[in-house]
Design a protein around this ligand. Structure first.
Ligand code: MN
Length: 290
């Protein structure tokens, strides 16, 4: 059965993350979203925006995370990452970085140096994927989902492309290893393209449109910047593109546990949040220079 449409909405007014990411938050700021998008906990979207050339570093300096994963996807521009577990990388258009903070890391996120120097358009998304209690303190990990590793499939008739970062699409399998079932698909669709994305009915499932207009199931046209949350009342999602469109498909098995969020920490209890703060101040997350 085709899923119904629960809600279509835009993100919050934009705010700055550090001085490099001018983002709109889609959740958890929207009501009830701790439960409705689990295992995804947060989504910040930087719509295409031009940055003037600069030799100063733009971005967000060293800060901690514990208890979840940060996934950063670039559509335009380039983002450089470094963390206290010794990992680093540059995320370029069509690429993603899947960082497991787990027990705790310090990291920083800046516009990549040559991109900042030249100036240009930045278009990116950051998603936080929660970890279940038994994996909150898993060792930090870093997956560089660079272009050649991302599974891609052309649609019949040259009508676009489905790219899998995580989870399956038909015979594709995304390169990300995830701790719980997660699907994260990058849809690049020509006008009239149709894509069928079946997903178990208990998976929380949504589509963020980044460019153009699409319809999904019985929805109206969903435009760039709009987020479509599906009801959990069926397996079928059918997307039809009205334009040259880009959309991100998110679907995942919910983590049914209590959740306490404080700043950069996502844990199960207030005690665990206090422990995270204490451990951070005691230097247990390692060391990292900006
Ligand atoms: Mn961060």
């Amino acid at each position: 059965m085709e899923r119904g449409i629960e809600r279509i909405f835009r993100g919050s007014p934009e705010h700055w993350v550090g001085n490099g990411f001018h983002v709109s938050n889609y959740f958890p700021s929207a009501t009830d979203f701790e439960k409705r998008m689990s295992p995804f906990f947060l989504l910040d979207y930087q719509k295409p925006e031009r940055y003037a050339p600069t030799t100063r570093r733009r971005g967000v300096g060293t800060h901690p995370h514990r208890g979840f994963e940060t996934v950063t996807l670039a559509y335009e521009g380039a983002i450089a990452h470094r963390d206290s577990a010794g990992h680093g990388g540059i995320i370029r258009p069509g690429e993603a970085q899947w960082m497991t903070a787990g027990a705790g890391v310090l990291h920083n996120e800046f516009h990549e140096e040559s991109f900042a120097k030249a100036g240009g358009t930045l278009h990116m998304i950051q998603i936080w994927v929660n970890l279940p209690r038994r994996l909150k303190l898993t060792p930090p990990k870093y997956q560089d989902l660079a272009r050649p590793t991302v599974a891609e499939k052309a649609l019949a008739g040259g009508r676009g492309l489905v790219r899998a970062y995580a989870g399956e699409y038909e015979d594709l399998k995304g390169p990300a290893s995830t701790f719980t079932p997660v699907r994260m698909l990058d849809l690049r669709l020509k006008p009239g393209a149709r894509v069928r994305l079946p997903t178990p009915s208990d998976y929380n499932t949504a589509l963020l449109v980044l460019q153009g207009r699409v319809r999904a199931n019985a929805s109206r046209d969903v435009e760039a910047g709009e987020f479509l949350l599906f009801k959990n009342d069926g397996e079928e999602v059918n997307v039809e593109s009205r334009d040259d469109s880009i959309a991100l498909f998110l679907s995942g098995a919910p983590i049914e546990e209590p959740l306490v969020h404080y700043g950069p920490f996502v844990m199960n209890s207030v005690d665990e949040i206090n422990q995270a703060i204490e451990d951070f101040h005691a230097g247990k997350f390692g060391e990292l220079e900006d």
